[in-house]
Design a protein around this ligand. Structure first.
Ligand SMILES: Cc1ncc(COP(=O)(O)O)c(C=O)c1O
Length: 401
């Protein structure tokens, strides 16, 4: 088999070349879409060789069946692993599949886990409502309260799950502090860094055990595909990969191809998302019709210092409250010409969500308020459009309210 390209470690070069063979069948530059569910064997000797090789669960030279592996999927996994500086990455069918399968496989009945409270709402729900069915208990502690986190650790605590930066308030975890506490108690750490991407933050370098991301967002980057990824050391990913073959939440080759294509421009796209985030956050923070803005580039943000010290960029999500209540916020959103109303982020198109109506609509109003989701809260997920065009659009919409 042709060797994988040995690369300089810069993220831009890794995004284009890492994980791919330098020369491949038919001299094709691009990784082909291996649209097949079955891989055949020339004879029984080939099958015996494959079976023996497979016993050790090394990366196989070939595949057998689509649920156990696909070459297009493997290229995505190798590229993401290189970008994160990880030994391995497992691509799964959505960000939530990455969260749920990892937790199900790392926890057993009688185990306890800790979750920081500002997590993606479906992650919170899964831990609070679903895991107890299997005899697994989750304690929820305030994001950023390290004393509460340590106090919540019990003899049966197996892992701590957190998110950094958080959705939607961009709060950041001090990864060094988290890992120090966890390692002292021999507890594993898992961080969802969907908002950061490996361009802005490589959490594994801080000693975090596993990183999870929704590939649907920045990694794929074009609002046209769903996937998730689990990234980390082989000793943790190998059992997850084996179980993935049973759980079955695999990614189709065509979706993998779209992700691979998107990943090639990740560094460029994230640089623009970051630049748009900084400029728009500053514009909104200075605007008299905006009450409060959450973006880590702002000195007013709780984790500005931490984000400045640990992240390469502040990201493209800016959350803010319009002064004067929900009706005024809706009026502002409807007056915008570039962003469209939608529930996602990380793609090239700017999206806007009134969060109380989108993402948190089924959450009872009192619970929404405890999560900080007021009716006038708006999450603006900046795309890669021109910064001045975006600011001019926000400006004209604010003038109309
Ligand atoms: C931080 C975070 N994690 C996980 C998810 C879930 O990802 P997916 O929608 O790909 O299942 C999301 C989705 O918005 C998210 O924002």
């Amino acid at each position: 088999m042709e060797q994988k390209t040995k690369l300089p470690s810069s993220p831009s070069t890794a995004a284009v070349h890492a994980g791919e063979q330098r020369f491949r069948a038919h001299h094709s530059l691009i990784v082909p879409i291996f649209q097949t569910s079955v891989y055949t064997f020339r004879n029984t000797e080939a099958l015996i060789n494959f079976t023996e090789e497979h016993m050790f669960w090394d990366e196989p030279e070939r595949e057998e069946y689509g649920r156990y592996g696909n070459p297009t999927v493997r290229a995505v996994e190798a590229k993401i692993a290189a970008l994160e500086g990880a030994q391995d990455a497992i691509l799964v069918s959505s960000g939530m599949a990455a969260v749920t399968s990892t937790l199900l496989l790392m926890l057993s009945s009688g185990d306890h886990m800790i979750l920081t409270d500002e997590c993606y709402y479906s992650t919170l729900q899964f831990c609070q409502r679903f895991l107890p069915r299997y005899g697994i208990e989750a304690s929820i502690v305030p994001h950023g309260d390290y004393a509460a986190l340590e106090a919540a650790i019990r003899p049966n605590t197996r892992l701590i799950f957190s998110e950094s930066p958080t959705n939607p308030f961009n709060h950041c975890i001090d990864l060094g502090r988290l890992v120090e506490i966890a390692q002292r108690h021999q507890v594993k750490t898992i961080i969802d860094t969907t908002f950061a991407t490996p361009i802005n933050l490589r959490a594994l370098a801080y000693g975090v055990d596993l990183v999870i991301q929704s590939v649907t967002k920045y990694l794929a980057g074009h609002n046209d595909v769903m996937a998730g990824v689990i990234i980390g050391r082989n000793d943790l990913t190998t059992p997850l990969r084996q179980a993935q073959g049973m759980l079955g939440g695999v990614v189709d080759a065509h979706a993998a191809y779209l992700i691979l294509r998107g990943l090639k421009t990740l560094a460029l796209r994230v640089a623009r998302h970051n630049a748009n985030g900084v400029a728009v956050a500053r514009f909104l923070a200075d605007h008299p019709k905006v009450r409060k803005v959450w973006h880590p580039s702002l000195e007013s943000h709780r984790d500005h210092g931490l984000a400045s010290a640990t992240m390469q960029g502040f990201g493209g999500v800016v959350s803010f409250e319009i002064d004067g209540g929900a009706e005024r916020a809706y009026h502002f959103i409807d007056a915008l010409k570039i962003p469209t109303i939608g529930p996602s982020l990380g793609g090239v198109e700017t999206m806007i969500s009134p969060l109380a109506l989108m993402g948190y609509a089924e959450v009872p109003p009192e619970e929404r308020l405890t999560l900080g989701i007021r009716d006038e809260l708006v999450r603006l997920c900046l795309g890669i459009e021109d910064t001045d065009d975006l600011i001019a659009d926000l400006c004209q919409a604010l003038e109309q309210i």
